[in-house]
Ligand binder design. Structure first.
Ligand SMILES: NC(=O)c1ccc[n+]([C@@H]2O[C@H](COP(=O)([O-])OP(=O)(O)OC[C@H]3O[C@@H](n4cnc5c(N)ncnc54)[C@H](O)[C@@H]3O)[C@@H](O)[C@H]2O)c1
Ligand SMILES: O=P(O)(O)OC[C@H](O)CO
Length: 339
């Protein structure tokens, strides 16, 4: 395996887990965080307790609060901050690259759509980090909770780039015997799948806390995936992508796992907790909350029918009662599958 110098921007649960995979694969890894207290814990105790508990990190994961230090000589840079921080962090990255006169392969691992602009993570990166500073652009996506990756649970993800060579380079850097990376070139489909499944996961959590069993969940997953695919296709996605790791795969893990922040938020919503309290107590990003609003607006703008997403929007943002919302969904005129 050729050695890469990999800078990971964002030392939350996913950034730390990806940095750990890269370090275990023998790459030179720098993990950037804007919180100096994390640097001390990661470099001296080799753990990141707020996000990943007592799980030990490979000693090759070196944290720094200085982005220039993190990015100097990096060949691949991973952006793993929440959607809402992506522009700010990538602007900073571009300034650092200008100062270092350096080019990198730039990969997003963020799953969300930007409020107002409806941009995908890779689009935000492309706008903030000019093509002259990039050797490639793509994402890492797929069914992969940090909590499983850090424990070496077998995990399958996709490296996605419109440029197959970029996807293959990321595949080569991150694959090992417990972390298997496929390639894909459908960036639009993979990013819509990754972002929109979080909305359905919130719904699945709510069904769980209302005591509904597998029938209701299977219906939600299937029709949820149908509307994700409809919206993605309106932007040019390949429908097959939604049958893969970034589609049904990621929907399944997020909408069934207790590790999912989105699913857990849905459970708490179903228990009657207030949205602000859920967000505050989670202490980690719940991307689906903001993505629900973006997807609902986008569906209206593009005239794409997304009844489940719009129902979750009304529950989250208009205070609709969940049982009443389910009754309304179930009472919609019947229709033909596959349309
Ligand atoms: N957690 C997972 O298992 C997982 C898996 C796949 C994808 N993702 C995606 O990865 C992204 C990050 O998720 P996470 O779970 O690691 O989130 P997290 O809440 O665990 O961590 C986010 C990190 O970003 C940092 N951050 C926030 N705002 C910042 C800013 N303005 N500047 C610099 N740093 C900032 C925080 O300090 C924190 O370290 C999300 O889009 C999420 O959907 C998460
Ligand atoms: O924990 P969640 O709900 O943010 O989901 C994380 C990942 O997207 C799972 O693949």
């Amino acid at each position: 395996m050729s050695n890469e110098v990999i800078a990971v921007l964002g030392a939350g649960s996913w950034g730390t887990a990806l940095a750990n995979v890269a370090a275990e694969n023998g790459h030179d890894v720098r993990l950037w965080t804007y919180k100096p207290e994390q640097v001390v814990e990661i470099n001296e105790q080799h753990r990141n307790s707020k996000y990943l508990g007592d799980n030990p990190l490979d000693e090759g994961v070196v944290a720094t609060a200085d982005m220039t230090e993190a990015v100097r000589d990096a060949t691949i840079v991973l952006s793993v901050v929440p959607t809402k921080a992506t522009r700010e962090v990538s602007k900073h990255l571009s300034e650092v690259l200008a100062e270092l006169d350096q080019q990198i392969v730039l990969i997003a691992a963020t799953k969300g759509l930007e409020p107002g602009t409806y941009k995908r993570a890779s689009e935000m990166l492309a706008e903030e980090v000019p093509a002259t500073q990039r050797l490639g652009l793509g994402i890492i996506s797929g069914p992969s909770h940090a909590e499983g990756v850090i424990k070496h649970d077998p995990t399958l993800v996709s490296a996605v780039s419109e440029d197959l060579a970029t996807a293959e380079r990321v595949q080569a850097a991150f694959t090992n015997n417990v972390f298997r990376v496929y390639t894909n070139t459908d960036l639009i489909g993979a990013e819509f799948g990754a972002a929109l499944k979080n909305v359905i996961a919130i719904g699945a959590g709510a069904l769980e806390s209302l005591g509904f069993d597998a029938n209701a969940k299977a219906g939600l997953f299937t029709r949820g995936l149908a509307e994700i695919s409809r919206l993605g296709q309106a932007f040019g996605a390949n429908p097959i992508t939604f049958m893969g790791l970034s589609g049904v795969g990621d929907l399944f893990v997020t909408a069934t796992s207790v590790h999912s922040r989105n699913y857990r938020a849905g459970v708490q919503l179903g228990e009657g907790k207030k949205l602000d309290d859920i967000v505050e107590n989670m202490g980690m990003v719940i991307e689906g909350i903001s993505t629900t609003k973006v997807a609902h607006e986008l569906a209206l703008k593009k005239h794409v029918e997304m009844p489940i997403t719009s129902t979750i929007y009304r529950v989250l943002y208009e205070g609709q009662d969940i049982k009443e919302a389910i009754n309304e969904l179930m009472g919609r005129p019947v229709s033909q599958e596959g349309k």
